[in-house]
Design a protein around this ligand. Sequence first.
Ligand code: PXP
Length: 249
Amino acid sequence: MILLGVNIDHCATVRQARYRQAGPTIGGNVEPDPVTLAHLCEQAGADGITIHLREDRRHIQDRDVERLCEAAASRVNLEIACTPEMTALALRLQPHSVCLVPESREEITTEGGLNVVKHREKVARVIDAMNAAGIKTSLFIDADEHQIALSAKLGAPWIELHTGAYANAYHTAARADEFKRLCLGASHAHSLGLVVNAGHGINYVNITEVRTIPHLHELNIGHSIISRALFTGITEAVREMKARMNPGN
Ligand code: PXP
């Protein structure tokens, strides 16, 4: 069975659209609350909750991460940039896993994943610190053989294959090649002992093909689930995605 991590950043984006100026001390009826949404996702069958604490704090706030790490019934996957500030924060809050993602332009590969080859030492430092603290590190990378091989060599237990290029190519002639690249990348990573996750741009249509990528452990999905929840409610949106990920279960 493929696991589902629901990315709830968009919930915080809606809250910040109204309350950004109010500051962190505002109490009472500030809505929508990402932690409440996380609980509803968990009750609907989410296996984990993913949040991205960005350096500019544009959506998720430090307090959200603290509250979620304290209260989550499932696993918290914290996406962070490869910086000393974010490393310290993760070590303090102890999420179940961290996913290292590119935050600035120089860290990005041509496809959009973290450039582990270019930032080898920085990435290695974070992996070592997390391994020592018992926090799993996932590297959000393109399905590129060099990125995958180095991820394994540096001791990351997990990777998350960037499915954005595939999702963008879904309605074009390039789709088959992008899909093949993901399948080959997943097999390569699996053969090196890496746990294979995937995410970005996965929706209720392309999931039919995405779920056939070999060796998938978990998919992290945000935009499509939160968007659908506007019409169906979050419970139905999560249930429907899980059903499409694992038909017959
Ligand atoms: N995985 C990672 C590493 C992400 O940064 C994001 C958000 O961009 C997602 C998965 C979810 O992507 P989406 O919102 O397109 O489903």
